[in-house]
Design a protein around this ligand. Structure first.
Ligand code: SAM
Length: 257
């Protein structure tokens, strides 16, 4: 082999290694696996979570019928997929108190309030547009997560605003790290963690969510994916000491208290 052959072979080999790695990462994401191993949190089907989701030969049944606003082809900031929104809406059907970290457009808050029994209540916490200075990033937090958190904190009108279920929604404003969950502790049927996706916030919000949920209730997290590294890391760590399950076909992770 001549020096010229070696000079050509090295960059070619490097390029091949890079393309192979990218392909493996892409395949891993498509199959919801890490590069060389499965994602740490085990997956369940949604009917494994709740029998109301069990399909019959016609597909989803009326046990999972809800009032719904779909997302269709529209991109919604920080939004849930239609499948995720449907799951959250069905879970609200027999609940009295629901708590959400991160209101954004108010889509989940509205679907919850709309599908709850008449005496149900939704409490949703968000950083207000005039409260951005209260955001407390920690060392090691993903900077893009902070950027998104700030961009998504611009709403002062929500999907539930002006509707007949608005009175069921308690809108709280403030930074979630400073939020005192004590008044609602142990009383929430479902808690949805979907505020800042920065690692330190997911850890803090998760600790509070686990205090908020009632025995037998559910905590759900959104955006469990390597593309949201703060959420992915915090939940993979939490899964070492708590039973967590990833709902297949979604980015939702669930814990039953
Ligand atoms: C991904 S969006 C939530 C989407 C919403 N849960 C839904 O289902 O439509 C993130 C939300 O978290 C809020 N947020 C970001 N950082 C926060 C913080 N430090 N404290 C409280 N809320 C925060 C943002 O204002 C935004 O409303």
């Amino acid at each position: 082999m001549t020096l010229l052959d070696i000079a050509l072979a090295v960059p070619l080999g490097l390029a091949l290694a890079i393309v192979t790695r990218e392909w493996l990462v892409l395949r891993g994401r498509q199959r919801q696996r890490g590069l060389f191993r499965r994602w740490p949190i085990p997956s369940i089907s949604v009917e494994g979570l709740d029998s109301r989701f069990a399909p019959d030969e016609l597909g989803a049944t009326r046990a999972a019928e809800v009032s719904f606003v779909g997302r269709g082809t529209i991109r919604v900031p920080g939004g849930t997929s239609d499948a995720e929104a449907w799951i959250l809406a069905v879970l609200a059907k027999d609940t009295r108190r629901l708590f959400e970290f991160g209101t954004c457009t108010g889509k989940t808050a509205y679907l919850w309030a709309r599908n709850q029994p008449p005496d149900g209540r939704v409490i949703t916490l968000t950083l207000g547009p005039d409260q951005l200075a209260a955001y407390h990033a920690a060392d090691g937090d993903d900077t893009s997560a902070e950027l998104y958190a700030r961009q998504e904190s611009r709403f002062d009108r929500f999907l539930y605003s002006g509707t007949e279920v608005e009175s069921r929604v308690t809108q709280l404003y403030g930074d979630s790290k400073s939020f005192d969950e004590t008044p609602y502790a142990g009383s929430c049927d479902v808690v949805f963690v979907d505020g800042s996706h920065a690692y330190s916030y997911v850890v803090s919000d998760s600790t509070k969510a686990l205090r908020l949920v009632r025995p037998g209730g559910l905590v759900l997290w959104h955006d469990y994916s390597p593309e949201c590294p703060g959420v992915f890391r915090a939940l993979n760590e939490l899964a070492r000491r708590l039973s967590l399950q990833h709902i297949r076909g979604t980015t939702l992770v669930v814990h039953r208290a």
